[in-house]
Design a protein around this ligand. Structure first.
Ligand code: SF4
Ligand code: SF4
Length: 531
């Protein structure tokens, strides 16, 4: 009887099964996961600290050992053998099972933490109780669902980070970048906030959870009233932290993005990017490369950014007073300031960068600008207390639910095995939208292409997690200056011909598509002199 021939490779078969080291690693890792699962179903482990350590160590060492089995006997160089033939990485049965399980986990985490054992009025039970000992060591408090999530998230970035470094060990950029995300996740997102919570034992502090590397609008809760209250009532430390948050938005981010593009954040610092690059690495080829997806991406991500700006403006303005004799920064002053700031940005882009915007970007910019300013005017003339028609708290609630929970968590991470690893970063993250706008319009970053060397193999496009058709640029020898490019460097790393190079250089001549196209009307001497 005929069997289906799944192997299209001319050079060899993908491995039919995992090797012995990988089998042992799978057993060890699954053992750790089983402990967590049993705890979720309320098996009461006698010595929780010990069992938690065994579980976390088993998971971590299982992943690292699996990577050893996969890469240690291979020559250096990227191995993506058989990704389209394995069920887990080709949207097969295992991928769907993983996607549905992860999504289910996120739904319970965000909306029904009580099923994980969260008990705000007494002792925790279930998996959250298993994490109590570790939480008490770090912050002095019992664990919450977010502590459990944060611990597992950090372990995932750490262990899969080591796997990633093993896989890309021939590439210095990838190694350093991965160590950077591992550091920022462990220190900034996990440990420092826990130690800050310990400070709250003293009456002088009332610090909210604050991941210092999470910058607004990604950190959309920074300007919530509880967060502002907490920071402002925590003495100088709280004030410095709030100032740091504001300086990060208006000074640190623009300077670093100008110098290095959005990669400094999306691929070197951010936790979402960190998880996508490490645990999400086996799924990077699943990103949609179509023009349609690119169009959807532009509209959706900028709509989320507008939503974030409106929501934050509403939240801050409701926090401020309206009596000009009591405060200089009243609600009206703030709203006028925001309106002037946005108008200024719009006008500057229109004057200096209009030519670099595609037609739909121009329509979108005008549309969003009119909507935002229109809402400001409605508010000013209506005399209503509501900012932007809806109450600020309603906007915040919907933003937290739709963007913070459903988009970034449930869809963004839960569906790694189906849509690829950067769905959230590409379609939903408002921080990526701001960085992307700047990267496209005002940054020294670009990927240069040595088109004459390109053999059109398509590796670069296949493994671009942001769905950029890198090959199309390489074939033309055109610089890649795309808002969505997170500068992960994988396109360059997988290119067998050394065509692509991530570079920072002068802005002049950075976007050179028209001159390059087919070469028909190019005055080569002018082009050479310009560069
Ligand atoms: S174009 Fe290259 S560097 Fe940019 S996101 Fe895609 S793979 Fe990463
Ligand atoms: S990986 Fe390199 S050679 Fe292959 S299509 Fe991309 S740029 Fe060309």
């Amino acid at each position: 009887m005929d069997t289906i021939q799944r192997n299209m490779s001319l050079t060899g078969e993908p491995p039919k099964t995992i090797n012995r080291t990988q089998k042992i690693a799978t057993f060890i890792g699954m053992f750790g996961l089983a402990i967590l699962l049993l705890a979720t179903f309320n098996v009461n482990f006698p010595n929780k600290g010990l069992w938690l350590s065994i579980a976390l160590l088993s998971i971590t060492s299982g992943i690292i050992l699996f990577a050893k089995g996969a890469y240690s006997n291979e020559l250096e160089g990227i191995k993506n053998h058989g990704v389209w033939f394995k069920s887990i990485s080709s949207r097969g049965f295992l991928a769907w099972i993983s996607g549905i399980s992860l999504t289910g986990f996120y739904v319970i985490l965000y909306f029904y933490p009580v099923y994980l054992g969260l008990n705000s009025e007494g002792e925790n039970t279930g998996i959250i109780a298993l994490f109590d000992p570790l939480s008490r060591i770090l912050s002095g408090n019992p664990a919450s669902q977010w502590f459990v999530y944060g611990t597992l998230y950090t372990i995932a970035i750490f262990a899969f980070g080591i796997k990633f470094i093993w896989k890309y060990r021939h590439n210095r950029y990838e190694k350093i970048r991965t160590m950077s995300v591992m550091f920022f996740q462990t220190a900034f997102a996990f440990l420092i906030p826990e130690f800050m919570a310990r400070l709250n034992d003293s009456e002088a502090y009332n610090l909210p959870y604050y991941d210092l590397k999470s910058i607004w609008p990604l950190n959309y809760y920074l300007f919530d009233s509880y967060s502002l209250d907490g920071l402002l009532s925590s003495g100088n430390l709280g004030l410095y932290m709030l100032l740091f948050g504001v300086v990060s938005i208006f000074i640190i981010t623009p300077i670093l993005t100008y110098k290095y593009g959005k990669r400094w954040y999306c691929s070197w610092v951010c936790g979402c990017g960190g998880l996508a690059e490490t645990a999400g690495d086996p799924f990077r080829h699943l990103s949609d490369k179509s023009q349609f997806a690119w169009k959807v991406e532009r509209w959706v991500i900028h709509s989320v950014l507008v939503f974030a700006v409106l929501m934050t403006t509403a939240m801050v303005s409701t926090y401020l007073g309206s009596d000009p004799n009591a405060y200089w920064l009243t609600r009206d002053v703030f709203l006028i300031g925001v309106a002037i700031f946005l108008t200024l940005i719009f006008v500057l882009i229109w004057i200096f960068k209009k030519q670099e915007l595609k037609k739909d970007a121009r329509y979108g910019a005008i549309g969003y600008f009119v909507i935002i300013i229109g809402l400001f005017l409605i508010h000013s003339f209506s005399g209503s207390n509501n900012i932007f028609i809806f109450e600020a708290s309603t906007l915040r609630l919907w933003y937290g639910f739709l963007i913070g929970a459903v988009f970034s968590g449930v869809i963004g991470t839960g569906f790694y095995p189906i849509f690829g690893s950067r769905v959230w970063c590409r379609f939903g993250c408002p921080m990526a939208a701001i960085l992307g706008l700047q990267q496209r319009l005002f940054s020294r970053f670009r990927i240069t292409t040595n088109g004459g060397q390109c053999i059109s193999c398509g590796n670069c496009s296949t493994y671009c997690e942001m769905g950029i058709d890198v090959r199309a640029y390489a074939q033309k020898g055109e610089n890649i200056v795309r808002a969505s490019c997170v500068g992960c460097g994988i396109c360059s790393a997988v290119c067998p011909r050394g065509v692509l190079k991530l570079e920072n250089g002068p802005m002049q001549g950075r976007i050179d598509g028209n001159e390059i196209l087919l070469g028909n009307d190019v005055d080569l001497m002018t082009l050479v002199n310009k560069n």
